[in-house]
Design a binder for this molecule. Sequence first.
Ligand code: ATP
Ligand code: MG
Length: 288
Amino acid sequence: MKSGREQSAYESPRETIKEPQLKVFAVVNQKGGVGKTTTAVNLAACLAAMRRRVLLIDLDAQGNATMGCGVNKAALTESVYDVLVLDQGLQDVMVDGAGGLKVIGANADLTGAEIGLLDLEDREYRLKLALSRAKDEFDYVVIDCPPALNLLTINALTAATSLIIPMQCEYYALEGLSALVETIKRVVAHLNPSLQIEGIVRTMFDPRNSLTKDVSEQLQQHFGEKLYRTVIPRNVRLAEAPSHGLPIVAYDPTSSGAKAYLALAGELVRRELDAASVMDRGAQDAVS
Ligand code: ATP
Ligand code: MG
């Protein structure tokens, strides 16, 4: 019989690699209008275009991500509210969205969710619990967060494996970042110890704006390799696509916006593969 020590040296690294791990990305920034929803919808759709199984969860009562992938928020019979507050299974609530996405939609009902959640003992874990019951059905879950550090966002941070933070390279971009970083630290300390920052993405990027370079440099200093090389340019097609209920890859696949989000999805997947190969080498070292 092997000792526990031997077992972990020989078996657990390989097991860690083999087990298909659901990646849950929360797209978060409490600052309004920085491109969270545009990034959540289009990154999700690009991952789906790369033949990954993707679930998009709208956690914002504005319902913009829901509408952005062609689901009519006003006609939803069940929404993310039912998952969070009424314990409905994801399967019963999810609907088909454009671009091959499965969608858990949101609408104005969600404004009552914070109060509904307050009475529940496991209020920070409601989304995590729901996802744990559906973890084999998807490769990626992308969560669009509201522009607030409220209980809905806390549910997203608790359920997430990692965070994607869209930032606009403008004067006030870094203001408020410390509140976000503090919240992330508190979530790591109390609710989700393995939470990581997946990456920082620069949105509505305009190289002609003189501030863009300064803010980019500051982001590079703060976040180093976490800053994606891919930048999302300001592109009117990205702003038009939601009114057609389509992600940019379906609305205008040749636009600069579509190319940028495809490149972002590619960079994200490549980073994952690189990280997995580092783990794989670690596992090889452990067994040799
Ligand atoms: P909120 O905080 O209200 O949820 P948000 O962070 O989700 O906002 P978005 O809704 O994605 O931000 O974007 C804000 C506005 O900017 C929208 O009208 C959107 O269409 C537009 N927009 C986002 N990204 C781009 C881009 N790269 N080029 C042009 N317009 C963009
Ligand atoms: Mg939004």
